[in-house]
Write a protein that binds this ligand. Structure first.
Ligand code: SF4
Ligand code: SF4
Length: 260
């Protein structure tokens, strides 16, 4: 249930006027995340992703959630934001940050600010999915951010987009719109939006489906916090160990599409 955020309880919480990061949602588990308004901050949004964007529906539609994302959009351009984020992240006991469960990188300055934040938090792992790689002047800064040793980067794509580049340190995540939409090129992970079948792998390169969307029995209660594929060096050519013996059931086939 994205949008159901818990307040942070830092023992050494810096007292500032800047907005906080959020902690977790049903898919993520307790992972810190920083969000901006979807669509307006997504220069690489695709014909398809816009139509199914989870960050534009459900709880994300509540005025208080929308307002908090707008505040974050304003705050990230103010002097002091980078240092505030570094202080907050370093003070947190949660050592994984997802950059954008909603929104995307929309300017060179903003990407460079994230470079400074990840460099200032060497004990924290960061990960992001982005479609902003389609914007010519943002591709190189994104590749630079992906090269940071504590960053895991994913270029998101779907069949309405061109084939993405595959720089070093970047993996590809394909958004499949339905059971017939299979990636026609090699990708590292597949997210399924609308699906009625149980699938562990898809496409001619047999790309791994995000375990949450494979159709694994809902009793498994998998979260990103437990799975870790997206923020580790996990090789997606094998099935996650904790799911190898899991049963599959259509009950688990619930779309949990969150900005991929
Ligand atoms: S592969 Fe794992 S970490 Fe990545 S989105 Fe799916 S559940 Fe989360
Ligand atoms: S799916 Fe991602 S890129 Fe597309 S509109 Fe939503 S937040 Fe933006």
């Amino acid at each position: 249930m994205p949008g159901f955020f818990y307040g942070l309880t830092f023992s050494r919480m810096p007292i500032t006027l800047f907005p906080r990061l959020s902690v977790g949602n049903t898919k993520l588990g307790k992972i810190l995340n920083w969000n901006l308004p979807a669509r307006v901050t997504c220069p690489g949004k695709s014909e398809y992703c816009e139509t199914v964007c989870y960050a534009c529906t459900r709880l994300y539609k509540y005025e208080n959630v929308k307002e908090s994302y707008k505040n974050r959009r304003k705050a990230r351009n103010k002097p002091g934001w980078v240092n505030d984020m570094i202080a907050r992240i370093n003070a947190s006991e949660t050592k994984v940050v997802r950059i954008h469960a909603s929104g995307d990188f929309d300017s060179l300055k903003y990407i460079n600010n994230w470079n400074k934040i990840v460099q200032g938090c060497p004990g924290t792992t960061f990960y992001f999915y982005t479609r902003s790689w389609v914007v010519e002047n943002l591709l190189e800064p994104l590749k630079k951010l992906a090269r940071e040793p504590n960053v895991f980067a994913w270029f998101s794509c779907d069949r309405s987009m061109p084939v993405p580049p595959k720089p070093a340190n970047v993996r590809l995540a394909y958004m499949s719109m339905d059971d017939f939409d299979e990636p026609k090129y090699k990708v590292d992970l597949v997210f399924r939006v609308k699906h009625k079948t149980v699938r562990k792998r898809m496409g001619q390169y047999s790309s791994l489906v995000c375990p949450v969307e494979q159709g694994v029995d809902s009793k498994v209660q998998l979260t990103c916090e437990k799975c870790k594929i997206c923020f580790s060096n996990y090789k997606t050519n094998r099935q996650p160990r904790n799911l190898q013996n899991a049963t599959v059931s259509n009950r688990g086939l619930r779309a949990l599409f969150v900005h991929v």
